[in-house]
Design a protein around this ligand. Structure first.
Ligand code: ZN
Length: 194
């Protein structure tokens, strides 16, 4: 989930980008799609947004701040670098807030986490994102985090392939672009004359 959230900015960071979180509604739609918030809360949030438009905009701005911190953390790790303390601090701020809503409850085969939150909280979709980042950072899968090799894409992914040599965020998207480019390079006529 945290990498999907990082990928809500398309294109290349530091180059041409495409913003998928253009409005607070986009953020709610993302949260609903990724199940980082209860679908039942969507109507509440859209109503809350109407009553508190400035707060909703502030949440959108902080969602992007969290997103870029998450991106930089995992992009650093993908290239064997250390994430900065500032980015980890940003993540920890959201994480701390989110963990405060955690409860242990009995479930069918033992105990599980239940996450209690304010259904009116405009930023409720961000807690699960922060927890997802914390989970990935502490999991053995961390070494499989990669950044797309396409020079116009900075999407992150977990490389689940057997030989762990996946280079593109998607075979049909960037992988295909690379394939076409290689094909064109082969087709290009060589130097003439001499
Ligand atoms: Zn890509």
């Amino acid at each position: 989930m945290c990498l999907d959230f990082a990928n809500t900015l398309g294109g290349l960071r530091g180059g041409e980008t495409q913003e998928y979180l253009s409005s607070y509604d986009d953020l709610v739609a993302w949260g609903q799609q990724m199940e980082s918030m209860a679908t039942d809360n969507v109507a509440f949030l859209l109503l809350e947004k109407q009553h508190h438009p400035h707060e909703a905009n502030a949440v959108l701005a902080s969602a992007r701040t969290l997103r870029e911190a998450i991106y930089r953390i995992f992009a650093a790790i993908a290239t064997n670098k250390k994430p900065t303390d500032t980015d980890l601090a940003t993540l920890n701020t959201y994480l701390g807030k989110s963990l405060a809503g955690g409860r242990i409850v009995p479930v069918a085969d033992g105990f599980g986490w239940e996450w209690v939150g304010d259904r009116y909280a405009l930023d409720q979709m961000l807690g699960p994102v922060a927890r997802s980042a914390a989970q990935l950072l502490t999991s053995p899968q961390l070494v499989l985090v990669r950044e797309c090799m396409n020079t116009s894409c900075s999407w992150l992914f977990v490389d689940h392939t057997k030989n762990h040599r996946r280079r593109w965020c998607s075979a049909t998207g960037c992988g295909n672009v690379a394939k076409v480019r290689r094909h064109r390079q082969r087709q290009r006529p060589g130097p003439t004359g001499s």
